[in-house]
Design a protein around this ligand. Structure first.
Ligand SMILES: C[S@@+](CC[C@H](N)C(=O)[O-])C[C@H]1O[C@@H](n2cnc3c(N)ncnc32)[C@H](O)[C@@H]1O
Length: 214
């Protein structure tokens, strides 16, 4: 279980990247948050790039960000956010809250968690019945791309990219936790890009409203 996240190199890289996000990624962030209501838990908020896109129907965002350099920037973004944002320095594994959430938001974060199966199960428990997980994540590729990803994951990539793992079957993990995926789509960046991160998925996964639905 992660109790600290301390990635000075990645924090610098991510700060630069998130300050220059293309409009296409901003559109995806907006889409991932569209229609949310009530109390929301955001996991690994980074510099707080999502905060500006929460709809006014969200009453509170509780954002977990344990990397202190990124959390300092997230605190600034929280102050300018259109909805109330409370920031906590816990890792998601440490985070506990007595009240169930209406939604959980994960964007580009389930790749960086040590044990995604147990964290996604924890997120499932933190939701009210009928609540939903919104995700925007990069996911495992197939064939030669899978081999490239496995090589990257076994060598330098996680160390350079804040524990990011490129070959993760994140949507299988989400379904295995008990979520029902009600809307999803995927896309791949151009094949010529020799980078291990190219396959992405966005989706809405619902915690069934009653025990019989599971
Ligand atoms: C690639 S960044 C994405 C940031 C943000 N979600 C976004 O969409 O811009 C991954 C984030 O996950 C955070 N993170 C890594 N391990 C974590 C953990 N165990 N608990 C909570 N956050 C974590 C990192 O500190 C970092 O901010």
């Amino acid at each position: 279980m992660s109790t600290t996240v301390d990635n000075p190199f990645f924090a610098r890289v991510w700060t630069a990247m998130s300050a220059r996000e293309p409009e296409s990624l901003r559109r995806l962030r907006r889409e991932n948050l569209a229609g949310l209501t009530g109390r929301v838990l955001e996991v690994g908020a980074g510099t707080g790039t999502n905060f500006a896109f929460y709809p006014a129907t969200v009453t509170e965002v509780v954002a977990v960000e344990p990397e202190r350099r990124l959390a300092a920037l997230a605190a600034r973004a929280a102050a300018d956010a259109p909805v109330p944002v409370t920031l906590t320095a816990d890792t998601v594994e440490q985070f506990r809250d007595g009240e169930p959430f209406d939604a959980v938001v994960c964007s580009l974060v389930l790749c960086s968690i040590d044990d995604p199966d147990s964290v996604v199960a924890q997120l499932y428990s933190s939701l009210r019945p009928g609540g939903e997980l919104r995700y925007l994540e990069h996911v495992a590729g197939t064939g030669a791309r899978a081999r490239l990803q496995r090589f990257a994951d076994a060598t330098l990539w996680p160390r350079l990219a804040g524990n990011c793992h490129t070959h993760r079957h994140t949507e299988q993990t989400i379904a295995a936790a008990g979520f029902q995926v009600r809307g999803r789509r995927e896309w791949t960046l151009p094949r010529w890009a020799p980078v291990p991160v190219a396959e992405f998925a966005i989706g809405r996964a619902v915690k069934p409203a009653g025990p019989t639905e599971r």
